[in-house]
Design a protein around this ligand. Structure first.
Ligand code: ADP
Ligand code: TRP
Length: 344
């Protein structure tokens, strides 16, 4: 296993929606197609990161498997030999390395993390967990354990990648340049992932906000488990504007632009091309009908694939990857334990 490593996390909890599919699942599958053969792809489920937001603990285990099935239905290739799919909590070295790294990351650094500030803002000290605070250190362990240079993630995770780089450089400085692979800097990561600023699907009801499972917005969110008919209805009643003409302008016409974006991604055409076809037209209903029809086609096919997935095959892939990755991770952990003085 000497290929350079691309590593990325597949979020585990909560039901997946069309925004997750178009913004995260599709790009990940394109990445697999583009880089498999030349790179090792670690696509893992950060299940220990799940507790940093409120979840239903009794549903977590099954939800992880159900969500992974959705990645497979979306096109993730289980037979690909360069791809490893594993659950973080099944490779104990992630937790062990976190405890070591904690001593090389500073209190002030973690307090400055935007995600921490946003999620803890306004909350009482007694309701902000140490887990939320330590989230970026566990993420750094996820990356450094496998010597991953490439970590394709959304802009919201940029600070965490930068922190991982800082920690790796700090440790290498102290214990030797060879110890940890420093992930590439952000600009290069963006070029590598080739997805520019990333796609941001908006809520169909409040198009100023992103489509999200965290917001209580069932009419604005299309779940991958919605029936195709219900999803089409949500599109038909999407919020638009009163300008009366179709243009791609996320600021002035976020609702209409969102529909153009969804349509483009579903039919696999650049949004500029799709916009050309609709530009200046005055009947919003026609656009909604076209998008609703594509959403129906997509969901029908997606759900059919999902039903046909062989869960036993998925479990075999998970378990064999976990078996191998435990070994890979332990070897690197051992070198770090040696460097910090825990092993001879
Ligand atoms: P949510 O906001 O629904 O809780 P997550 O934060 O769990 O979603 O995001 C999981 C992945 O899906 C991330 O890679 C994120 O960038 C992507 N994603 C989430 N919402 C959207 C959206 N509305 N448009 C595009 N991508 C999204
Ligand atoms: N924090 C990432 C997210 O919210 C998920 C994640 C955890 C991750 N560990 C990672 C992503 C390591 C890439 C590498 O999307």
């Amino acid at each position: 296993m000497s290929k350079p490593v691309i590593l990325t996390g597949l979020r585990a909890n909560g039901e997946l929606h069309l925004g997750n599919y178009l913004g995260a699942i599709l790009p990940m599958i394109e990445l697999q197609k583009k880089y498999a053969g030349k790179y090792q792809l670690n696509m893992f489920v950060p299940d220990l990161h799940s507790f940093t937001t409120p979840i239903e603990h009794d549903k977590l285990y099954l939800q992880i498997v159900q969500n992974l099935k959705k990645y497979v239905a979306g096109g993730l290739d289980l037979d690909n030999e360069d791809t490893y799919i594993y659950r973080q909590s099944y490779v104990a070295a992630h937790s062990e390395l976190t405890i070591i790294l904690n001593n090389f990351v500073y209190y002030g650094e973690l307090q400055r993390m935007t995600q921490f500030k946003e999620k803890s803002d306004g909350a009482k000290d007694t309701s902000i967990s140490a887990g939320l605070y330590d989230y970026p250190v566990l993420m750094a362990a996820d990356i450094l354990l496998y010597g991953a240079e490439w970590v394709p993630v959304g802009e919201d995770q940029r600070q965490h990648i930068e922190l991982t780089r800082d920690v790796a450089l700090r440790i290498n400085n102290k214990f030797g340049e060879e110890l940890l692979t420093v992930p590439a800097e952000w600009k290069k990561q963006v070029e590598f992932a080739g997805r520019g600023d990333g796609v941001r699907i908006r809520s169909l009801r409040n198009p100023e906000k992103k489509m999200s499972k965290s917001i209580d917005d069932p009419a604005g969110t299309i779940l991958l488990s919605d029936t195709p008919e219900a999803a089409a209805k949500k599109i038909m009643s999407a919020t638009t504007d009163s300008q009366g003409e179709i243009h791609f302008d996320l600021k002035a016409q976020p609702g209409v632009s969102n529909l153009l974006q969804i349509l483009a991604l579903l039919i696999g055409e650049p949004v500029d091309e799709v916009t050309k076809k609709w530009e200046g037209k005055t009947n919003y209903g026609d656009l909604k009908t076209a998008v609703a029809s594509e959403v129906k086609v997509f969901l029908t096919a997606f759900q059919k694939k999902l039903d046909a997935i062989d869960e036993a095959e998925l479990m075999r892939k998970l378990e064999s990857s976990e078996f191998l990755m435990r070994d890979v991770a332990l070897q690197r952990l051992y070198r770090i334990q040696q460097a910090v003085g825990l092993r001879p």
